[in-house]
Design a protein around this ligand. Structure first.
Ligand code: HEM
Ligand code: HEM
Length: 192
């Protein structure tokens, strides 16, 4: 059942989509720059920020999924069946990776044996014992999942911009507040 508008993504879905995009970009930057820092207190702080922000992403993705199930999606735009399948497959993969990224980081951190306090406020549960070999493995998984997410997200963003610029449809404008992007002109068919 759909509870949001039929012709575009509703405000909560848009807000969650773009907030999570910004946070993932920040997370990628933090992750990639923190690993090569010299061993100073600043490095420990960066790691702590990366972990706390990453757990916030996990919570927001959970809210987003619940909202998606509750509010549904707008009516799909006309497109060949293979394109619709490709888009749905990509979206499914992105949802999986948005969950797997923070979960793999959290598991890796638990194997490292480092205590984890969420923004310094409270201690997160770490119900697994420290294990160096498993830490190395899960850390590698965390990194590889990130490269996969990067490829999929870039293809996804490229497709959205392509739809707007070259196919002239509302794919991108309906994921933005009304009036932010000029919607495509209606076709003669739609005017009639
Ligand atoms: C959306 C969520 C996340 C993204 C996009 C992300 C991304 C990254 C990236 C790009 C790296 C650098 C990989 C490398 O070059 O080795 C990294 C490292 C790391 N991340 Fe995350 N991360 C996320 C969530 C988390 C969470 C929730 C935790 C822990 C609670 C975490 C723990 C770590 C740790 C411990 C490392 C460092 C591994 C090392 O020292 O080699 N990450 N992350
Ligand atoms: C970290 C990067 C990103 C992730 C993880 C992501 C994830 C997603 C997911 C999972 C959906 C499907 C929504 C659903 O069916 O519930 C979606 C939709 C959408 N995203 Fe992204 N996105 C990212 C970046 C971007 C960027 C940079 C753009 C634009 C340049 C963009 C434009 C769109 C649009 C237009 C839709 C609606 C597609 C439709 O109506 O079929 N996304 N995004």
């Amino acid at each position: 059942m759909r509870r949001g508008p039929a012709d575009r993504w509703g405000a909560p879905a848009q807000l969650l989509h773009w907030t999570i995009v910004v946070l993932i970009v920040a997370m990628a930057w933090l992750g990639l720059t923190m690993v090569d820092m010299p061993n100073t207190p600043a490095k420990v702080e960066r790691y702590a920020l990366h972990k706390s922000l990453g757990l916030l992403v996990l919570a927001l993705v959970a809210v987003r999924l619940l909202w998606r199930v509750y509010a549904g999606a707008p009516e799909p735009l006309p497109a060949p069946r293979w394109q619709r399948w490709l888009a749905q497959g990509t979206h499914f993969g992105l949802y999986l990776l948005m969950l797997a990224m923070p979960l793999s980081g959290w598991i890796a951190n638990a194997y490292s044996g480092f205590p984890l306090r969420w923004f310094g406020l409270f201690r997160m549960p770490q119900p697994i014992a420290a294990d160096e070999a498993l830490y190395d493995l899960t850390r590698d998984v965390h990194e590889w999942l990130f490269w996969l997410l990067l490829v999929l997200a870039l293809a996804h963003a490229f497709a959205a911009v392509w739809h707007h610029l070259f196919l002239g449809d509302a794919t991108l404008s309906r994921m933005l507040p009304r009036g932010w992007l000029k919607p495509p002109a209606p076709t003669q068919e739609e005017i009639r």
